[in-house]
Design a protein around this ligand. Structure first.
Ligand SMILES: [Zn+2]
Length: 728
């Protein structure tokens, strides 16, 4: 942990409270470590000067003066000696909204989609709860929105508003003046009329050529982590949960992360009207409070096919895709989705969202999946034709509890979403298949973690599980496998220490029950696990917890985990042996090799992945051998992107080799869809490492390929690839 010093009121505007001494923190201190006595001696109080946060609310962190959405926070703060006094760990560092003073409870969206202009226009009506007396304005986040008017329910005149200066990451705060200060506990209803812009980070408008069908354009959103503000004016923080309704006029079927009210999903497509021409109004309702990053919209030539109902369950599942993909998509996921959801309910409380649908997006979708409420978005690269990549669905539906139910309070605690989800995804593998399947999934994840820890060696802060973001720091800069894999390994370690799944799963259930519907910090999580095991196990379990080096897990940097994990490697043994045989063969002439296509006969695609990943642990194979391997096993031409990626990673490792030169060109064609597939590999899991690998071999090739095809990638992917390639 970095150790810094406290500086007193020197770099921020000074605020002096009559009865309190304040310490202001310099913005550039990476992490402050302070002793408990400094922090909790009852005299020193820390605050952050920011026009968006109620200083009054924060005047003393270790008293009950704080009015977060969690009452436990204030007490937990004073109990932990390791707390860093960095406000970003507690208050969302990526929003400018005054959500601690006044926060939305419900939003009614009224939108019209304009595919020609590529904008959404309409209004957002916020019903807000007043949390503090004396509030005279509402501050919301916006990014590149064109706001025309704001009205207040019950008031004849429009409200005054102004848009603050643009922050490159956080966007522009929208300040709405209230005519009078409403009382604590009262509700305020304002309607904001606006339209989005072409620069909306959350939205990707695809030309018809970029879709499978090639006939109609397509729109989809990606609001996580902080892009909802480019779709609507909103307090864009996971600490604020809202219900919403939406009325969307569109010439193409429109989907939202909510329950369809009308027309029915399983009725005729586009309500029987002409697709692409007639305007249909789609109405939706999301009755469960969700964070802003789960608001989502997609619109295109989409069809629905319900999955078979699961006996005894009231929730419904089904799939949306373009007509050309609907049958393949249905086949890939119909067998498992309901089964997964039902299995999950054996461990955690019942599914709360009523509907769990999947949507297969066009190839530029930057992620494997996105757990938008009621409607997980999926990359088409999951349509492997053999149901081997359905794990992503397990992951996304698991978010219904971890993330969509129990939510991280802000980006610093993102691991509570992804670590828990990844951990539970693998528990489900064990329940559905075998302990070996769980271990195998851990192994694949661990390799990804080690790669990312290496990648972030020059930014060790992002190797941490709990990151103390600066105000306005871009959470996407930290987007890597650490919250997923370090987080899930931490939970796996705790499970093993505390007595295995039989002991740990009841704890998980209690965790979900305790925090369902809330947004929490790592510190609340830690308090709860202690509390639970104090009640369920007593001294013995508390002693075990006391022996855990929580700080090393939370704030540890470097290439290793605090404790090296051990997994069930049953399913990996054959793959490991084959990798070793190839490595041992390096000095033999090709004519003497006895490898056969049949070597992979018994392997499923995950085992082929593990074989190729294991190969990366040895020195790179000579050009002759890697070329032979690629041809023999057809991994240099496979349509399975997961396998193809690993092959290219091997082939490009020895950057000066002939193989690297040849395969860099092939990889460049593959990633932009100039190969036999014709499909861009827009999923960041594929395009980012491939562009980085090509750059190491031939920087000009990487840059020119990307720049020529930049618009085929999602705006989020564009930005991150630009950073990877040194173009930004
Ligand atoms: Zn996830």
């Amino acid at each position: 942990m970095h150790v810094g010093t406290l500086s007193r009121c020197s770099c921020y505007p000074t605020r002096v409270f009559s009865s309190l001494r304040c310490i202001h923190l310099p913005r550039n201190v990476p992490t402050l470590s302070t002793t408990r006595s400094t922090w909790c001696n009852g005299q020193h109080h820390m605050t952050r000067a920011s026009n968006s946060i109620s200083l009054k609310s924060l005047r003393c962190l270790n008293t009950s003066a704080i009015s977060w959405n969690s009452p436990q926070l204030s007490s937990s703060l004073s109990q932990h000696p390791e707390y860093t006094p960095k406000m970003s760990l507690l208050i969302d560092p990526t929003t400018q909204a005054n959500y601690l003073q006044i926060a939305s409870e419900n939003i009614d969206f009224d939108w019209t989609l304009d595919f020609k202009e590529e904008i959404i226009s309409g209004s957002a009506t916020h019903t807000l709860l007043v949390k503090e007396d004396g509030v005279n304005e509402i501050v919301l986040d916006t990014q590149a929105l064109d706001i025309s008017k704001v009205t207040l329910e019950g008031s004849p005149d429009p409200l005054n508003f102004k848009i603050g200066a643009n922050h490159p990451v956080m966007g522009s705060p929208l300040h709405i003046s209230l005519p009078s200060s409403p009382k604590v506990g009262s509700k305020v209803k304002v309607t904001i009329f606006y339209k989005t812009s072409k620069n909306a980070t959350a939205l990707q408008w695809l030309a018809k050529e970029q879709t499978q069908g090639g006939t109609f354009p397509f729109l989809f959103s990606q609001c996580q982590p902080i892009y909802a503000r480019s779709l609507a004016p909103i307090a864009d923080s996971p600490s604020v949960k809202i219900t919403y309704t939406a009325s969307v006029k569109s010439v193409l079927p429109a989907l939202l992360s909510a329950i369809r009210v009308s027309p029915p999903s399983d009725g005729p497509a586009h309500d029987g009207k002409e697709i692409g021409k007639d305007v249909v109004t789609y109405t939706y309702k999301q009755p469960v409070p969700i964070p802003s990053y789960l608001i989502a919209i997609a619109s295109g030539d989409l069809r629905y096919k319900p999955f078979p109902p699961v006996p005894g369950k009231t929730w419904k599942t089904g799939i949306w895709a373009e007509p050309a993909l609907i049958e393949a998509a249905y086949w890939e996921f119909s067998e498992d989705t309901g089964k997964f959801l039902a299995k999950e309910e054996e461990i955690v409380p019942p599914y709360r969202f009523g509907v769990y649908d999947l949507l297969v997006l066009p190839p530029s979708f930057p992620y494997g999946g996105m757990e938008n409420a009621c409607l997980s978005f999926l990359t088409p690269t999951l349509l492997a034709g053999d149901r081997t990549l359905v794990d992503v669905v397990v992951h996304e539906l698991t978010h219904s509890w971890f993330g969509n139910g129990v939510t991280h309070a802000n980006a610093s605690h993102f691991w509570l979403n992804e670590g828990f989800t990844t951990y539970m995804e693998r528990v489900l593998q064990q329940k559905l298949h075998s302990p070996a399947a769980r271990g195998f999934s851990c192994l694949i994840g661990y390799k990804g973690l080690l790669d990312d820890l290496k990648l972030y060696q020059d930014r060790p802060k992002y190797q941490r599980l709990v990151i103390d973001f600066e105000t306005g720091e871009d959470p996407d800069d930290a987007y890597n496998q650490v919250p997923y894999e370090k987080g899930s390994n931490f939970l796996l370690y705790l499970e093993k220490q505390l007595g295995g799944l039989d002991v740990f799963l009841p704890y998980i259930n209690d965790y979900v029950n305790t925090f369902m519907g809330k947004s929490i910090t790592t510190f609340q999580w830690k308090d709860h696990i202690y509390e639970y095991f104090r009640k369920n196990g007593g001294d013995e379990k508390i002693k075990i917890l006391d022996s855990v080096d929580f700080n090393a897990w939370f704030y540890g940097e470097g290439l290793e985990l605090p404790v090296t994990p051990e997994y069930d490697t049953t399913l990996a043994t054959q793959a490991y042996a084959l990798a070793k045989r190839w490595s041992d063969s390096r000095s033999s002439d090709l004519s003497q090799l006895d490898f056969k296509f049949d070597d992979l006969n018994d392997f499923n695609s995950n085992q082929i992945i593990v074989f190729l990943e294991k190969l990366e642990e040895y020195d790179p194979l000579p050009t002759t051998h890697i070329t032979y391997l690629g041809d023999l096993y057809k991994v240099s031409s496979t349509p399975n992107a997961e396998i193809r990626l690993r092959f290219y990673e091997n082939a490009l490792r020895d950057v000066k080799s002939e193989a690297a030169k040849v395969y860099a060109v092939e990889a460049a064609k593959w990633v932009v869809g100039e190969d036999e597939s014709g499909v861009v590999k827009g999923r960041m899991k594929f395009c980012r490492p491939i562009f980085r690998a090509i750059k190491a071999v031939d920087s000009d090739l990487a840059k020119s390929t990307f720049l020529k095809h930049k618009l085929s990638f999602h705006p989020i992917a564009q930005r991150l690839i630009e950073k990877d390639l040194g173009l930004a």
